[in-house]
Design a protein around this ligand. Sequence first.
Ligand code: NI
Length: 236
Amino acid sequence: MLLHVPEILSAAQVDFCRRKLKSAAWADGRITAGHQSALAKHNLQLAETDPLAQELGALVLDGLNRNTTFFAGALPRRIFPPLFNCYRGGQSFGYHVDNAVRYDRSGATPEPLRTDLSATLFLSAPDEYDGGELVIEDSFGTHDVKLPAGDLLLYPASSVHRVMPVTRGARFASFFWIQSMVRDDGERRLLFDLDVAIQSLSAGGSGAETLASGQNAALLRLTGVYHNLLRRWADV
Ligand code: NI
């Protein structure tokens, strides 16, 4: 599942991060790349041990911890300390798959982390740069993603993905991985749909989500959950 989570950071928090990142000590992005992805990776990144990465990372983690949509979509068990990158002057990251296991060099989380989900938090507004789309391949095809500053994309870490060349301006982002309490993407999706439907029905009346077609969104989600569970459990 690809999930857009709006407003992890406020506009003021994005501005704060951007001001700090302007004078940051940027390093070659290959410092955290695996063997295959190092060949495709051309960008700038803050070292995991950089105090600025740790300061801004704490801000991002605080935003994640307050966000119920993030929790419902990721069901996080552990979150890798957020990293920060910048693409400019034609920089890009070709097709790759993220490492299945990450070791945190900052020492904040000494245990290795299994990457169930990848996350990109956009810190540049879409009109500040050309190119720079996060392109994700899944069984439904190719998805080009470019979100407002402060918004997050969650996607399965197992997916093949890339970042298109940034041909104008600069694209700043935070990125990190999540080990989920629920390892399987399909199972996590079922729980997310149930959660969203319950929230919608609990809100009731004007709070309940209605689709443009007039259908009740919660009913549609619950029907989907029923059939997706039946698909898992039925022998026909
Ligand atoms: Ni990646």
